[in-house]
Ligand binder design. Sequence first.
Ligand SMILES: Nc1ncnc2c1ncn2[C@@H]1O[C@H](COP(=O)(O)OS(=O)(=O)O)[C@@H](OP(=O)(O)O)[C@H]1O
Length: 292
Amino acid sequence: MEPTDKYLLKHKGCYFVQEAITPEYIDSLEDFEIRDSDIFLVTFPKSGTIWTQNILSLILHEGHRNGTENMDLLDRVPWLEYNVRNVDYVNRPSPRLFATHLPYYLAPKALKIKRGKVIYVMRNPKDVLVSYYHFSKVSVKLEEVEDFEIIMERFLAGKVVANSWLDHIEGWSTQRDNLNILFLMYEEMKKDLKGSVIKICNFLGKRLTEEEIDDVVDKASFGKMSVDRRANYTTMPSDLLDFSKGRFLRKGTIGDWKNTMTVAQNERFDSVFKKRIEKLPIKFCWDINDEL
Ligand SMILES: Nc1ncnc2c1ncn2[C@@H]1O[C@H](COP(=O)(O)OS(=O)(=O)O)[C@@H](OP(=O)(O)O)[C@H]1O
């Protein structure tokens, strides 16, 4: 079953959320002006975006960390391609933070000559797929498909938002020499959040005290984010997210795919993805008990 264009817009070979973007705006992003101080968080959907948005905000904004500022992550780290709140990007003070699901080939040209910094967060694709499946029920802007098998086939064929997970990872990881880029893994964040926060601080050249780092780690935990209205999308209007269907911060773990995918579906997934995954210079973690 093909995705319908009621929900997905296909432009320049890439699928976007239909209602939140126009082809002209996508085209304009190629020449988006970038400052050296800009920070771009790049992810394939459902790979830990909101988590890293929160970590970045906690690291860079003391008011977020100490609770004196009450700014939604959507305003703090807006989506580059889905400017749903009409944030004035041009006059925004530095350092500007952006989140994006753009594949490498559609990213602003200036990023590819090392202007700005990129943090790329990836997650094992089976958990990504299962998270996407559940999220497509919560998100009013995505087609709700009850049959997991249909979503899986679309995912394997790259017919979901941001296209093929494999192409996305390959696109950004093979171009690492052209970019100021830090690669992080969701699973690494899960197993050693403090180590990941320190990596991000070092990459950004931001010095925090031990106590401040501990504070970031504490406030970026799944439990704390689940009740932090700035950081869990619960302030989103019901025409975007329908929380009667589930939560944005759903399970937040490694290996939940095993609770949804059957043995046959797992085999089918591997038959399409495994060979190419093995060629990536990245080792994925598929279970909470796996070593990184
Ligand atoms: N703090 C923390 N710890 C662990 N996991 C977390 C955290 N915050 C978000 N999440 C999980 O990330 C998944 C959502 O991914 P994204 O934020 O990339 O989604 S989106 O692309 O922006 O729609 C979604 O994963 P699933 O729970 O597997 O659905 C979230 O629960």
